[in-house]
Design a protein around this ligand. Structure first.
Ligand SMILES: NC(=O)c1ccc[n+]([C@@H]2O[C@H](COP(=O)([O-])OP(=O)(O)OC[C@H]3O[C@@H](n4cnc5c(N)ncnc54)[C@H](O)[C@@H]3O)[C@@H](O)[C@H]2O)c1
Length: 391
């Protein structure tokens, strides 16, 4: 007869990192236990630009033990390991997976590498937090989720926009009917384009997965799943100078207009591009303009600043006609918190707001936009996610 051990005995026998890697997601999230002041072991792959923002956040998290870094440019992995006191660094994912044990892989590599590396990590039994997009196609993303379920691991993808207090305020206002029947929404995000790496402009790069992804996540998060998409995409700047490959031909869209019909009947629009002069710069710091606007029969609402770093919400309704600014305090939210939030979730068993089905839906919209541009057709979507996201 098999020996039965209690959950308490089991946890006493294992480190939390080990337990988190071992328990199925169902077991992990069905549980009522919470473990305080324990950490999950984390490996970070991709030590370029964004790692300079992720690593300070992860290294301050009480739920994270940074175990290893990895980059195919080994000097970058070494440099970040030394800077953030991380004991191991590797030049290849095979070596990282075979090296010092860890439970959560944080993927900060080129967009084109995400699917392959995420798959390899899940196959090795790791949980994954991936920068956007978590795969290059919806089918690939759905395959990763299926694999994660089989392996008993969890998978999540950036962005973390649904965590902002402004998103929560807007979601609540919509659900309370402050806007009446919502009819239309618009989002925009752009700058003059990254100049450090060529992958942003190569096949499967582009402004859709790099920039529009934020507005798509916010607008679908607020207004629910989309049932069909029409889009126009093109290239405004045919060549670019990049830090890693010099002058390159631009292949992926650098100018994109996506029109969506939500299941609720709302029509929304997201524009993004790498050719937008912005006097507030790449980060949009200090801008007072809205970047996301929602219109309904009883009111309208505008998110001030970019949705990944918002600074307030303006709302006017028939009841309170004068536009008032709400939620000017960001609280603890920062866009780079995704991996730390997920690490906390894996340790405490609390389900995060960020939802992989939502990320997959956004990925399907991006793919549908590309298909619509190619065929000139309106593209129907099949994926859904749990909505409203905040109840
Ligand atoms: N830079 C930003 O401000 C920013 C912000 C938010 C999200 N992102 C996202 O983060 C990701 C990375 O962007 P970035 O700007 O840091 O790019 P980057 O080019 O600066 O860094 C990517 C790093 O990944 C490494 N890499 C590539 N393939 C690898 C592999 N197979 N194994 C190990 N390492 C590999 C590269 O050598 C490079 O050091 C992208 O998905 C991007 O959309 C970037």
């Amino acid at each position: 007869m098999k020996k039965q051990i209690s959950r308490k005995d089991f946890l006493n026998k294992m480190s939390v990192a080990g337990a988190a890697a071992f328990l199925s997601p169902m077991a992990l999230h069905a549980s009522t236990w919470k473990i305080k002041e324990e950490k999950i072991k984390v490996g970070v792959i991709g030590c370029g630009s964004v790692s300079n923002v992720y690593l300070p956040h992860l290294s301050k998290s009480p739920h994270v033990e940074l175990v290893s870094t990895c980059d195919i440019k080994p000097e970058r992995a070494k440099q970040q390991a030394e800077k953030f006191n991380i004991p191991n660094h590797y030049p290849h994912i095979d070596q990282m997976l075979a090296g010092a044990p860890f439970a959560l892989m944080v993927n900060l590599t080129n967009m084109q590498e995400h699917y392959r590396l995420n798959k390899q990590a899940i196959q090795a039994g790791k949980h994954v937090w991936s920068e956007k997009p978590l795969a290059n196609t919806y089918q690939q993303g759905a395959e990763l989720l299926k694999l994660a379920k089989q392996k008993g691991t969890r998978l999540w993808g950036a962005p973390a926009v649904v965590n902002s207090p402004q998103f929560a305020f807007m979601s609540k206002a919509i659900q309370e009917g402050k806007l009446g029947k919502v009819a239309a929404a618009h989002g925009h995000y752009g700058h003059e384009g990254p100049d450090w790496s060529a992958f942003f402009y190569e096949e499967l790069g582009g402004s859709l997965p790099d920039l529009a992804v934020y507005n798509l996540a916010t607008i679908t998060g607020l207004l629910g799943p989309v049932k069909s998409v029409v889009a126009m995409l093109n290239i405004i700047t045919p060549t670019r100078n990049t830090g890693d490959k010099g002058k390159i031909k631009v292949v992926a869209e650098d100018n994109a207009m996506v029109l969506m019909e939500h299941q609720s009947g709302v029509l929304s629009h997201v524009q993004s591009g790498f050719n937008y002069f912005d006097p507030y710069g790449h980060a949009g710091t200090g801008q007072e303009r809205p970047t996301i606007s929602l219109y309904g029969t009883e009111g309208n609402m505008h998110l001030i600043g970019y949705d990944w770093a918002p600074s307030g919400v303006d709302m006017a309704t028939k009841e309170e006609v004068e536009t008032t600014r709400y939620v000017t305090d960001p609280g603890t939210y920062v866009w780079q918190e995704g991996a730390s939030v997920i690490a906390k979730s894996l340790v405490t068993g609390e389900e995060p707001l960020i939802d992989v089905e939502h990320s997959l839906h956004v990925l399907e919209i991006i793919e549908a936009a590309r298909k619509s541009e190619k065929t000139g057709e309106r593209i129907a979507l099949e994926s859904k996610f749990k909505w409203p996201m905040i109840s």
